[in-house]
Write a protein that binds this ligand. Sequence first.
Ligand code: CA
Length: 231
Amino acid sequence: MSKDHMRLLLIEDEKKVADVVARGLRAERFAVDAAHDGTVGLEMASSVNYDLVILDLMLPGLNGTELLRRLRRQGSKAAVLVLTARDATSSKVENFEAGADDYLTKPFAFAELLVRVKALLRRPPTTNTHSLRVADLEIDRLTQQVRRAGKRIELTAKEYALLEYLASNPGRVYSRTMIIEHVWDESFEGLTNIVDVYVRHLRTKVDEGHEQKLIRTVRGAGYCLTDGTEP
Ligand code: CA
């Protein structure tokens, strides 16, 4: 992966913050476009295939949560990092449900943002077994395409990361804490319900309409993905 090919969109109306972030990311050799209100931001995000969108929530024109909802409805799979003020009224869960992949509270240090950006852009390591298969579910780790019974399933970056993690070891139970640390690259103290939210999304996309359910809840322990054939 070359960073030169990574396109980032920054949607932030606070000029000082936008300048610092854009300058810092460009110094890291990312290609960065910037929008200063929600309406323009959505237009740009809809017309260019960005790898990552950094999205402030309090925006003129169209607020960040609504922008995100519309972007996901259009089928955008860009990773989305949400920026918000500490006392923001909209809840983290609401924004994760709208399709955010990660979250950063203002004020933040640029170094902290950079860590999140890199984690979100990181692709799963290329391995020999780039294709995972559980029952009729197929995951291609190179193209990150997912199919069930031959039918393509569209996932956001985080949904994909979660599914790939569960599928990497079918039948193994992963705790919410393990999932948070692996998929979100950090410990989200008290935020483990985010995992439940994402598993719910995955179930809708992967299991709904299929007789065989692959994603299982193991009470008191966590989640696993299995076709029931593991020892
Ligand atoms: Ca703002």
